[in-house]
Write a protein of this length. Structure first.
Length: 258
């Protein structure tokens, strides 16, 4: 079952794209213009939550969470204090928007790379308030169940055995909000693994965040050209070497598994 929303094609055609044109000026590096012309919703140190100037969805309010001051860094390389503070800022604003009562639901996600659906290289996430749609209606617990890679009190890191889109998907399931920083570290490990050990050719991924029955879930998805089986026939392909991938991640990132 799908939800259909009108997409403003003409607005989308005017968006800048530093992923496709490296000579184009990055709009997120130009903070002077952001503060002069943009709508700043929230700020904490280097982090900004701003109105998306290109509102391409009808019956929705689109926002951008800028993660860094410059284009130089990305989530896979953040130092721990920056990583933890980013997740604190993101979670605080996401939950505040959800609690505001202005939206039916608020989706929270990240694009990285040319195959992710993104257009700007500068590290950022997106929050979108949906007036008429509750995204949770399309969620099923099996979508974030999987083979455990590592776990800590209040949070589990696994590889999905029932991916939403096929192939490799990592899940981090947070059942205790006090373990948010550990969740952030697991997300960083999954992203680093995809970029450096699994997806060097395409260098693209998505992170999708969900709130479901008290848990917070982050799903990290390797992105490459889409599967014709999924697009044409809704057939989801699941790798037959998930155990091998689990062992690779454990050997690379968790000393106890070495």
């Amino acid at each position: 079952m799908y939800t259909y929303m009108n997409f403003q094609t003409r607005i989308a055609q005017t968006k800048p794209s530093t992923l496709h044109n490296q000579e184009e000026k990055c709009p997120f590096c130009d903070r002077e213009t952001i503060f002069k012309e943009g709508v700043v919703i929230s700020q904490d140190g280097p982090f900004l939550l701003i109105e998306n100037k290109f509102q391409t969805l009808e019956h929705a309010y689109q926002m951008v969470l800028v993660e860094t001051m410059t284009c130089k860094d990305d989530l896979s390389t953040y130092h721990k204090p920056h990583l933890h503070a980013l997740f604190d800022f993101a979670m605080r604003n996401w939950m505040s928007l959800e609690a505001s009562g202005q939206y039916r639901s608020v989706i929270f996600f990240k694009n990285h790379g040319i195959h992710s659906g993104g257009s700007i290289y500068h590290a950022h996430m997106q929050l979108v308030g949906l007036a008429d749609v509750d995204y949770r209606k399309h969620l099923h617990p099996e979508q974030w169940a999987g083979i455990v890679i590592d776990q800590a009190p209040g949070v589990e890191f696994n590889i999905s055995t029932r991916p939403r889109g096929g192939f490799t998907e990592f899940n981090i399931v947070l059942s205790d909000r006090n373990a948010l920083h550990k969740m952030a570290e697991y997300v960083q490990i999954a992203v680093h693994f995809l970029l450096n050990h699994m997806n060097r050719r395409y260098q693209s991924y998505n992170i999708f965040f969900y709130e479901y029955e008290g848990d917070i879930i982050a799903k990290i998805v390797l992105r490459a050209p889409g599967s014709p089986y999924l697009m044409g026939y809704s057939i989801i392909q699941v790798p037959n070497n998930l155990d091998e991938t689990v062992r690779r991640v454990q050997s690379l990132y968790f000393s106890d598994a070495k």
